[in-house]
Design a binder for this molecule. Structure first.
Ligand code: 8DG
Ligand code: MG
Length: 128
């Protein structure tokens, strides 16, 4: 079954906000762009807004679809919609206790992300 996921590349000045997946989660111990699974019949953009409120406590007011990536992890097949989040209210935090960081785009190379994110990191570097 294909799992639909929405993730936010939260941008402020020259930094991007990333969080660490908990060790008990799928792809645990790796860094991510915050987000999560779409509920049945929920659009990816609605899931983005809901997940970023739940996980980071921000209210997203402007976003644009950056890239859609399908990836087969073997145990799970995901379709990730990565959005650039350019405007939001509040200051993002790790609301669920997850470790978080603001890093530059080039810093992203020093962090380990799930396989599906590799292309995203490369594209972000190229579009800067
Ligand atoms: N949020 C997020 N998920 C990612 C990224 N890259 C990537 O492969 N994934 C995968 C890991 C998971 O299989 C899936 C997202 O699931 P999730 O664990 O964030 O979902 P969720 O927030 O709804 O969590 P839960 O309620 O099921 O615990 O997508 C990413 O950058 N961000
Ligand atoms: Mg999540």
């Amino acid at each position: 079954m294909l799992i639909k996921v929405a993730a936010g590349i939260i941008l402020r000045d020259d930094k991007v906000f990333i969080s660490l997946r908990k060790s008990n989660q799928h792809q645990g111990g790796l860094w991510e762009f915050p987000g999560g699974k779409c509920e049945p019949s929920e659009s990816a953009s609605s899931a983005l807004l809901r997940e970023l409120k739940e996980e980071c406590d921000i209210f997203v007011t402007d976003y644009v679809l950056f890239k859609k990536i399908s990836h087969d992890y073997g145990d799970k097949q995901v379709e990730l919609s990565f959005y650039k989040v350019t405007e939001f209210q509040g200051d993002p935090i790790g609301k669920e206790g997850q470790e978080v960081r603001w890093v530059t785009i080039s810093d992203l190379l020093s962090y380990e992300f799930p396989e599906a994110n590799k292309m995203i990191v490369t594209e972000l570097m190229n579009t800067q």
